[in-house]
Design a protein around this ligand. Structure first.
Ligand code: HEC
Length: 86
């Protein structure tokens, strides 16, 4: 871990990396499924935001990382409102 990393940043980076991979799968799933343009768009947006979080973390810009994470949690919620049954 780089010495000026905030505690926990390495873990967050690992989480964000897993999320980008996960959203790539979500996106592919909805592209295959069809008739879910909103979900595809939300998955793309989420993947973009997780990539931004990773970038901000490597730049040690924790404020920007927090802003992207807040925006990301909104896309989670929007998609769940539309597509999650329970
Ligand atoms: C593209 C749409 C979409 C996005 C974006 C999305 N989700 Fe989901 N999520 C779903 C759907 C649909 C389900 C329900 C899947 C099922 O039941 O088969 C789900 C289920 C879940 C579950 C399972 C637990 C539960 O309550 O049923 C968790 C946890 C979860 N999502 C977390 C997240 C988080 C965290 C994010 C953002 C980082 C996110 N999701 C973004 C569509 C999305």
């Amino acid at each position: 871990m780089p010495e000026r990393d905030r505690p926990g940043a390495a873990r967050e980076r690992a989480d964000a990396k897993e999320l980008t991979e996960w959203f790539a799968k979500v996106e592919a799933y909805y592209v295959r499924k069809g008739d879910a343009a909103d979900a595809v768009e939300l998955a793309q947006k989420s993947r973009g935001l997780t990539a931004q979080i990773l970038q901000s973390l490597s730049a040690k810009d924790f404020d920007a990382a927090t802003n992207s994470a807040t925006a990301l949690s909104r896309t989670c919620k929007t998609c769940h409102n539309f597509y999650k049954k329970s």
